[in-house]
Design a protein around this ligand. Structure first.
Ligand SMILES: [Zn+2]
Length: 62
């Protein structure tokens, strides 16, 4: 099993559900930093559809 695999995900606006950003992460690093199994990200990002900064949540790329 690869130890340093990075996972691609998108950040989806929680207001309009628009997927505005694509990002990648190393789930192992995040799990270590947060000392938890929950590696989901929630970030405040600018949404071009809402035209303001909104909460974005991590979603898997289909
Ligand atoms: Zn939005």
């Amino acid at each position: 099993m690869a130890k340093s695999k990075r996972v691609l995900f998108q950040l989806q606006c929680t207001v309009c559900k628009s997927k505005n950003y694509t990002n990648s992460k190393n789930p192992d690093n995040i799990a270590l930093k947060r000392k938890s199994q929950d590696t989901k990200l929630n970030l405040k990002k600018f949404c071009k559809r809402c035209r303001k900064v909104t909460e974005h949540k991590e979603v898997k790329i289909a």
